[in-house]
Design a protein around this ligand. Structure first.
Ligand SMILES: N[C@@H](CCC(=O)N[C@@H](CSCO)C(=O)NCC(=O)O)C(=O)O
Ligand SMILES: [Zn+2]
Ligand SMILES: [Zn+2]
Length: 190
């Protein structure tokens, strides 16, 4: 089977619940973009969607969320650009190596205030390990043959990750709560 992701292929290493953040670097050999995260991430997950950055050869991205106020570009900010301003998650990438250094939600959205980051861009240990696999069926849209999907879902199961074809139930509940409150069908105060 092709690589799911280097952080999952040979077993998942558990994070440190007391870990308090660190630095991410793009893949440029010099003048690396440096992003400083002032906390650990949450809801870290494998994502099979076509938009999240994946390391070369991997079928999935691994991406977690962090409050946007805990994210800052601390070196070579001039190399960073937004790859698609119309996407819900505006992915800020290095213009030279293409790595997504963080994704930010700018428009009205249930996850506004959270940034999406790839902790594999850090050389520090302790980041939260992947908790689930999201948008698993989306890899088919990118050319993965449907008859290989059982093996992919089996691999996630073996590594202790539940597969979903959207996000995990807690995140889907957050999205639905936001939508229900916006339409007035759900009280603003719960
Ligand atoms: N099948 C599509 C799905 C793309 C998608 O909806 N991705 C999600 C998850 S990204 C991180 O979990 C999403 O919220 N996207 C918003 C955005 O990317 O701006 C595909 O594969 O493209
Ligand atoms: Zn770079
Ligand atoms: Zn994604």
């Amino acid at each position: 089977m092709p690589s799911i992701h280097p952080a999952i292929d040979n077993g998942i290493q558990k994070g440190d619940p007391n870990f308090s953040g660190g630095k991410l670097y793009c893949h440029c050999p010099s003048k690396k973009v440096e992003v400083t995260l002032a906390s650990n991430v949450a809801h870290n997950h494998a994502c099979g969607c076509s938009k999240c950055w994946k390391p070369s050869g991997a079928l999935f991205s691994v991406v977690g969320v962090i409050p946007k106020d805990a994210v800052s570009i601390t070196a070579n900010a001039d190399k960073v650009h937004v790859i698609d301003e119309t996407a819900a998650i505006q992915r800020n990438a290095c213009k030279e190596c293409g790595v997504h250094v963080f994704g930010r939600i700018v428009n009205d959205h249930p996850f506004k205030g959270l940034d999406f980051v790839h902790t594999e861009l850090s050389d520090q240990k302790g980041w939260q390990e992947p908790q689930f696999a999201a948008f698993v069926s989306s890899i088919i849209e990118q050319g993965f043959k449907p008859d290989g999907m059982d093996a992919v879902r089996e691999k996630f199961k073996k590594e202790g990750l539940q597969s979903y074809d959207v996000l995990s139930p807690p995140l889907m509940d957050l999205i639905a709560t936001y939508t229900g409150q916006k339409s007035g069908k759900l009280p603003a105060k719960l």
